[in-house]
Design a protein around this ligand. Structure first.
Ligand SMILES: [Mg+2]
Length: 299
């Protein structure tokens, strides 16, 4: 990743310090703030990758800025390097206690500061990569089941608060074992990836899709009632039915179908995600039992 893609916010009430630091960090995209309030408003509006934070500032000092950033889920993960003239042990300890990533005293060695900035940004990149790996199914790049359970709980809280609807689609590939037995597992994998792609195309932007396991997928549809969810399910089903998947270099194609179960979580009865999943699963079972390649809803 290019350094220009990284935005560093420098917060210092002394203009000359801002000038020195901006010049030193010329390879990065730099944003400046001369006080704590300004820093907090910048962080809430722009994507900031790292903050260099002075401690001694009028009104709101650097410790307070740091505490406010750490209290906010949106900003708590931004690494903060304190850069200060305060060299007493208590300040250093406090800086780390409240979540500071590093502590540099003025006057600083320019190349050392650059090295520390670089190291913090590398750690952030590693954390992002790990988060991606932990939440994603490696084959399809859709969310995995574990991440789905976290994000679906958040979504449920949100729709409850806003008194909106929440629906679920569960689907799986019809006769998937036969596809594997006939064509081999590598073609089975191609079918799974093909379906994942169809799901991405057919779902709306706000819908959340995940690979639930094997050939089974789930879509969570916020602000959508069962009728809306049925439309998405049918669009997906038809799109799969009409597709001809090219599976080798000789342009051989295969067709496959999916069955889908649709449910709406009954929030007035205080139903949870698990209830919604079970209902969608029952509907899916019924779709399989009554001939496959169809969408069945709970009501
Ligand atoms: Mg100062």
């Amino acid at each position: 990743m290019n350094n220009r893609d990284k935005t560093i916010l420098i917060v210092d009430d002394t203009i000359v310090n801002l000038d020195i630091l901006s010049e030193l960090l010329y390879e990065y995209d730099v944003v400046e703030a001369t006080n704590g309030e300004e820093a907090l408003s910048i962080v809430n509006e722009d994507k900031i990758d790292l903050i260099l934070l002075d401690i001694m500032m009028p009104n709101m000092d650097g410790f307070e800025v740091c505490q406010k950033l750490k209290e906010n889920p949106q900003t708590k993960d931004i690494p903060i390097i304190f850069i200060t003239a305060k060299i007493d042990e208590a300040s250093i300890v406090k800086a780390y206690d409240i979540g500071g990533a590093d502590y540099v005293t003025k006057p600083f060695l320019p190349k050392e500061l650059l090295a520390r900035v670089k190291k913090e940004l590398q750690i952030q990149d590693m954390i992002s990569e790990l988060k991606f790996l932990a939440s994603t199914d490696p084959m399809t790049k859709l969310y995995n089941r574990r991440y789905f359970s976290t994000i679906s709980e958040h979504t449920l809280d949100l729709v409850k608060r806003e008194k909106k609807d929440l629906s679920i689609i569960m689907l799986d590939i019809d006769k998937f074992k036969k596809i594997n037995d006939t064509h081999g597992h590598h073609i089975g994998d191609k079918v799974i990836m093909h379906l994942a792609n169809k799901i991405i195309i057919c779902k709306r932007k706000s819908d959340i899709s995940a690979r639930f396991g094997g050939e089974e997928f789930v879509i969570l549809l916020p602000n959508t009632n069962i009728n809306g969810a049925k439309i998405v399910a049918e669009t997906l089903r038809k799109s799969v039915e009409n597709a001809h998947l090219v599976y080798d270099i000789n342009n051989n194609t295969l067709n496959y179908t999916v069955s889908l179960g649709v449910s709406q979580i009954n929030l007035s009865k205080n139903q949870n995600i698990q209830d919604g999943l079970e209902q969608a699963d029952e509907a899916l079972y019924l779709a399989k039992k009554t001939g496959r390649n169809k969408t069945i809803s709970t009501h």
